[in-house]
Design a protein around this ligand. Sequence first.
Ligand code: TMP
Ligand code: ASP
Length: 251
Amino acid sequence: MVEGISDLVSRPVEEIKGELLHRGKAKELYRTPSDDLLLMEFTDEATAFDGDKKGTIGRKGFYNSHISAAIFRYLGKCGLNTHFVEQMENRYHLVRALEMFELEVVIRNVAAGSLVRRLGLEEGIELSRPILEFSYKDDDLGDPWLNRYHIRTLNLCTEEEVVRIEEDAWRINAMLRDYFAERKLVLVDFKLEFGRSSDGSLVLGDEITPDTCRLWDMESAEKLDKDRFRYDMGGIEDAYQEVYRRVAWEG
Ligand code: TMP
Ligand code: ASP
C-alpha cells in the first residue's frame, strides 16, 4: 500500500480521487493513491427496471451516502466484515477494494415487488418465513434468479463462499430489522452485494439505502424508498430525507 488510511482520510477528496474505474447506475468508483482503497461516489441518478427507467432524485447522493455510512458503521460495530472505511465530504465513501461477485442477494420479510408479481402473493403480507434469493448481476438478462446450482456452474463464487454469504445475509437481516424497527421502519426486503478481499475473506460491499431496501413507515405503511420513483408516486425526495432523518441523525 502506498499510503495509509489516515493519510488518505485527512486529505480533500479532489486530491485522492483518481481514475474512474466504474460508472454504475447510482454510484461511481474511483481509484485512490492506495491500491487497497477506492472512492465510491453516490450520485443523484436513479434507474429502475434494469435501467429502462432513468431519472434523478434531488440530493439522493447526499442522503444515500449518509444513510449507508450509518448502516455500515452499525454493521461493523456488530462484528460484520464490510468494505466501509470512512465517509468523506458527504457524497463519498472510502472503501476497501474487493473482487465483487456477480451476485445480488435479496432477503424478503414481507411480500412486495417482484415476489408479488411472480408468486401472486398479496403485497404487505408478512412472510411465514423470510426468503433469501440470489440473482445474477446482469441487467441485459434482467438480473435472473439463480440457485446454488447455477452459481456453481457459472462459478460466481466458491461453494464455501455461498454458504458464508447466506449466513452473513441472515445475520444482517436480523441486525437490520432491529435497527430499522428502532427507527419505526419496517424492513420489507433488501439487496446485498458481497466480494472477496485481497486476503481472501468475504466482505460486504456496495450500499444499503432506500435504493436497495424497501422501507415502510411502521404506523402508516407509507413507502419510504425507491418504489416512489419506480411507480411515479411523488414525494420521492421527501421519502429519502425522512429515512436520512431517522437513520443518519444519531443525536
Ligand atoms: P424486487 O422485488 O424488485 O426483486 O427487489 C427486491 C429488493 O431488492 C428491493 O428492496 C429492491 C432491491 N433491488 C436492488 O437493490 N437492485 C436491483 O437491481 C433489484 C432488482 C432489486
Ligand atoms: N436498480 C435496478 C435498475 O436500475 C432495479 C431496481 O432497483 O428497480 O434497474
